[in-house]
Structure formats: structure tokens, C-alpha cells
Design a protein around this ligand. Structure first.
Ligand SMILES: NC(=O)C1=CN([C@@H]2O[C@H](COP(=O)(O)OP(=O)(O)OC[C@H]3O[C@@H](n4cnc5c(N)ncnc54)[C@H](O)[C@@H]3O)[C@@H](O)[C@H]2O)[C@@H](O)CC1
Ligand SMILES: [K+]
Length: 462
């Protein structure tokens, strides 16, 4: 497993981490003081001398808010606090008592700091509090959420209420929470900053992906040593062609399209092999196989999938292959990466009898039952690698929401696998290459445009 030095915690894991800090001598109050002071630094910078409203809730998130208000006031910033609920938690009560400034019913300042609820939010806010938040959001041009925007459930990226405000900055306390990187919640948070409380590594936790490093081919490289990828085509060769064209630019030395397909648009460098699939896949030099884009969903397509699974040990399954995959198809010892989008993850869950509703739990269950790595792709990518390590990613550009970009992603991942990377590392590198290529491609783009920017993204990670 990778070290989780950039852990992404559930609310429960966060409480465990807090308990470990407290067993080491910290108290809820000292942690609140550190968290509040560090968060106040970010608010101070963002406020740049402008007046601030701090909205404080009943728990420790509210306590953080009272520390922030006190620190900003000590620095001479005009501050008002709104505290619509009684303060319950002991440490928060002490922080409230230490704040000597004004507590008001409503306010019109430049900056709103939302400390209403953090990881302890257990149910929807309800009408009065959502009304208050919406009203305050309208009155404040710049909005900061402390730990989480109020109304965001900490673990699954869910919004517990509708029409809650967007924020310009979200300051995570102690560690990232899963919802910082999961949609729809992540889309509302603006810039994200992390305050360190000394939590360190957390065993078994999810991690936030860090920028990968790819290498140029060694001096002795030749086309086969760099990796031979076979992309299996099917009923609709366009999608497999996109995956193959992406793969040609993502590191593999040799890409073959196994399809009965001839077109004047086929790139000169792409070898198209229309022999029987058993025969094409018997080439011992093949390092990885990609199958699914444009495969079709009929019996012939299922036959091609079973042939690929019977002949290859290292595969990326995408698109139609995910609709056709059944329990028992992947054997022990095979290294397989599944790259489902939302609908394909639903189909996999149905095929494997998974009933969980949380997207990470669904992907984890498919990983366990199918015995492979899985990249649940979308605006918020979730990777479960072959060892069960969960990795989350910074959000992908929304311009990727166009036909064929998924085929491009699976082509990149398969190319990385052909170079010798394991399924998890290949998927992680593919997400970064895909995301950066999307940032660089002039938008609005189509997936063919995106492919041209993969080498430019690649150079960035060399
Ligand atoms: N875990 C840690 O190590 C640290 C946590 N800190 C702060 O503590 C927060 C978590 O504190 P809490 O567990 O007190 O949680 P919150 O401050 O998020 O709020 C929990 C309180 O709100 C009530 N509540 C929950 N949902 C409600 C609803 N819909 N309407 C009305 N009341 C509701 C609960 O009964 C409880 O009293 C974190 O988000 C962070 O801001 C920091 O103080 C520093 C250290
Ligand atoms: K908050």
C-alpha cells in the first residue's frame, strides 16, 4: 500500500485521529486553538483588511469560528459574529467565552466565514438555517467555509440541503475529508487549503493523488521494450480508434488495433490487424490489452471479451466490456483495470449484486468481488487499486464532458500498463495526463483535439 501522507478521511477516521492526538496530550481546546489560528491566517489574507462576519454553530466547528473571530479582532479587523444556536460542546463554549466582540442577528460585511457545521453535521439543516445561510451568502461578496461548507455531508460528497451557497475558499482542518474531492459537494468549495494539525499517516485511509512522475524511455529502448498494447475493436471501430490514438501518445512503443477496420483516416503509425482475435492475441510480445470502447454488447462482443480475458493477463476493460463483464470472468493472477463512468458502475453493481449507495463503497465492492483495480471516472475520479487503496483526485475540467473522452482515458491507462506500470499506477498517471491535457486543450474541444495535447501533458510530468 502507498503511504497515506496526504490522507483523505471519513468523519469517523477524523475522530479517531483526533483521539490519537488527545491521547498524546492535546485537548479539544488546544486543537481548536491551533486550527482556529491557522484558519484565521487564511481568512486574514483573503479579507485583506475588509470586514468579516463569522457564522458560528453549536459544535466544535462553531468553536473554531469563535477562535477565528477573536484572532482577527486582535489583529484589528472589523468582525461580527452570528451565533443562531446555543453552543453545546465544552471546548466551543470556552472559545465562545474567550471572544469579547459583538454577537449580532444579521450582518453586511465583505467576507463571510461559515463555521456553522463541520464534520458533525448529522441531518439536513432545515428551513431556518438554510434561509439564514442563503441570506448571508447574498450579503457577502466573498465566502469562506471552515472545514466543510455547512450542509455538506462529510463522507460521500452529498449536499444534505438544496440551493446552498457556493464558496470561494474552503479551509480543511487537520486532514482532507472525502467530500472535499467528491461531487457534487466539491464543486461548491472554491479553492481548497489544508491546515496541518500534526495528524500524519492514517492506516487504511484514502489518499489524495499527488503529481506523478513519468520517465523517458531508457537509452537502450526499442518499440517492443517500451510496451506493445493491443486495442481490441468491435462493432463500432471509431471509439476503439480513439483509445488507440490516445494510447500511441501515452508511452507505449507500439499500439495495434485488432479490428476488421480499414479507413483512410487510420493513422499511418497504427497497425490494424484483422486476423481472428485468438490468433492476434497469441502474440507473446503483447504487454497489455484494452477492450470495450466500440465493442458492442451482443453475443459476438461477449465472445471477443471472453477471448481477450482468456488470452491476456493484463487488461483495461472500459465501456461495453463493463456492460458485459460477469462474476468469475476475471481469474486469479490476472491484472485488470476497470474504468467505468457512472452508468457503467451501476451496471457492474447490478451484475455483481452490489447494493451500497455511496460511490466509493460501490467501487470498493466491485474491486473485491471482481478481483481487480477500478477507476470510477467522472468529474471526481475515484481509484481503488489492486490492493484496495482508495485514491481521490483534484477535480477534472468540466470541458471533458464530451463524447469519446472516456475512450481517450482508457487508452492512456492501457498505454501506461503496456509500459509495465501496475493497474493502479497506470490509472493514476492516466488521470493526471488526461486532466492536464484537458486543461491545455483550447475549449470547447472534442476528444480528437484532446489526444493532440497528451504529449504536451506528458512532457510536464517527465
Ligand atoms: N477532529 C479534530 O481533530 C478537530 C475538529 N475541529 C472542528 O470540529 C468540527 C467537528 O465538531 P463537532 O463534532 O462538534 O461537529 P459540528 O461542529 O460540525 O456540529 C455538531 C453539532 O451540531 C449538531 N447538529 C448536527 N447536525 C445538525 C443540524 N442539522 N441542525 C442542528 N444541529 C445539528 C450536533 O448535535 C452537534 O451538537 C470539525 O468540523 C472541525 O471544525 C477543530 O476544532 C480542530 C480539531
Ligand atoms: K463550516
Amino acid at each position: 500500500m502507498k503511504p497515506t501522507t496526504d490522507p483523505v478521511l471519513t468523519a469517523r477516521e477524523m475522530r479517531g485521529a483526533e483521539e490519537r492526538l488527545m491521547a498524546g496530550g492535546a485537548t479539544a481546546r488546544t486543537l481548536m486553538e491551533i486550527a482556529g489560528r491557522e484558519a484565521a491566517d487564511w481568512v486574514w489574507r483573503a479579507a485583506a483588511g475588509r470586514s468579516v462576519t463569522v457564522l458560528c454553530g453549536p459544535g466544535n466547528n462553531g468553536g473554531d469560528g469563535f477562535v477565528i473571530a477573536r484572532v482577527l479582532q486582535e489583529r484589528g479587523l472589523p468582525v461580527e459574529v452570528i451565533a443562531p444556536l446555543d453552543t453545546g460542546a465544552q471546548a466551543a463554549g470556552e472559545a465562545r467565552a474567550a471572544y469579547a466582540g459583538p454577537i449580532v442577528e444579521s450582518a453586511d460585511n465583505a467576507v463571510l466565514v461559515d463555521c456553522l457545521f463541520g464534520t458533525g453535521l448529522s441531518r439536513p439543516l432545515g428551513g431556518d438555517l438554510t434561509g439564514l445561510l442563503r441570506d448571508l451568502a447574498q450579503r457577502h461578496a466573498y465566502r469562506i467555509a471552515v472545514d466543510l461548507p455547512s450542509g455538506v455531508e462529510s463522507d460521500a460528497g452529498r449536499m444534505l440541503d438544496e440551493d446552498l451557497p457556493d464558496y470561494h475558499l474552503t479551509i480543511a482542518l487537520g486532514a482532507w475529508k472525502r467530500s472535499h474531492w467528491l461531487m457534487p459537494a466539491a464543486a461548491r468549495m472554491g479553492e481548497r487549503r489544508l491546515v496541518d494539525l500534526g495528524i500524519g499517516e492514517v492506516a487504511g485511509a484514502a489518499r489524495l493523488s499527488t503529481t506523478p512522475q513519468v520517465s523517458p524511455p531508457p537509452a537502450s529502448a526499442h518499440k517492443y521494450s517500451r510496451g506493445l498494447l493491443a486495442v481490441v475493436g468491435g462493432a463500432m471501430p471509431g471509439a476503439a480508434m480513439l483509445a488507440a490514438r490516445a494510447a500511441m501518445r501515452a508511452g507505449a512503443g507500439y499500439v495495434k488495433l485488432l479490428a476488421d477496420y480499414k479507413s483512410p483516416m487510420t493513422p499511418d503509425e497504427l497497425v490494424v490487424d484483422d486476423s481472428a482475435l485468438e490468433e492476434s492475441l497469441s502474440d507473446e510480445r503483447i504487454d497489455a490489452v484494452a477492450i470495450g470502447p466500440g465493442l458492442g454488447r451482443d453475443a459476438a462482443a461477449r465472445g471477443r471479451l471472453l477471448t481477450a480475458l482468456a488470452r491476456a493477463d493484463r487488461l483495461v476493460l472500459d465501456a461495453d466490456a463493463l456492460m458485459l463483464l460477469r462474476p468469475g470472468d476475471i481469474e486469479d493472477g490476472q491484472e485488470v483495470l476497470l474504468t467505468p463512468h457512472g452508468g457503467e458502475l451501476d451496471a457492474l453493481c447490478q451484475a455483481f449484486g452490489v447494493e451500497a449507495s455511496d460511490r466509493i463503497e460501490r467501487a470498493l465492492a466491485v474491486h473485491r468481488l471482481a478481483g481487480c483495480a477500478i477507476l470510477a471516472k467522472g468529474p471526481d475520479n475515484v481509484l481503488i487499486d489492486q490492493d484496495g487503496q482508495i485514491t481521490l483526485f483534484p477535480p477534472a475540467p468540466s470541458w471533458l464532458s464530451t463524447a469519446g473522452t472516456g475512450d481517450v482515458l482508457s487508452g492512456i491507462a492501457a498505454s501506461r500498463m503496456a509500459t509495465g506500470k501496475n493497474a493502479g499506477d497506470a490509472a493514476e498517471e492516466a488521470v493526471w495526463l488526461h486532466t492536464l491535457a484537458a486543461r491545455m486543450t483550447p475549449a470547447p474541444f472534442c476528444s480528437g483535439d484532446l489526444i493532440r495535447y497528451i504529449p504536451i501533458a506528458y512532457e510536464h510530468f517527465l
